[in-house]
Design a protein around this ligand. Sequence first.
Ligand SMILES: [Zn+2]
Length: 173
Amino acid sequence: MDRGRIVHRPGRGTVWVERPAGGPLLLCVAGEAPYIARRVTDFLRREVRRDLEAATRRYAAMLGVGIKRIAIRDQTSRWGSCSTTGVISYSWRLIFAPPFVLDYIAAHEVAHLVEMNHSPRFWALVERLYPSMGKAKAWLDANGTDLHRYGEQEDDKRPMPTRLRTNGLHTGA
Ligand SMILES: [Zn+2]
């Protein structure tokens, strides 16, 4: 799979994404080293929240259900979760998944607002919201482990802040 990279660019600015033709996604971060980790995670959480909120509201409207809150968390063991109180949580690492995977995860969690289980009725609901769920599930089976390690940067030997490591964005240093 196409690995993303975090690249430190000297000078002013904040965080932006570059996608060179045919190359991996580059997340470029400017500024002083001690602030990089925070800037990266803040940026990623903002980006993924925007996409996931849109998808979640779209599917909730299709089912006519309400959402209390959408939370973006640093979950490493799961992509999303849904509480009985109507709070849907997602892992910010989904920012590195293709849009169709985000849509599937959102449909999955919204379906839990109706069926708090993985019964055949639940899966029928997910499929109604997101008909090509098989493709998304196959993608997650193939790439899920990599995705949880996303942001790893193999060619950068500079020591990075501890916070970056704790957020799973550790470098190869
Ligand atoms: Zn589930």
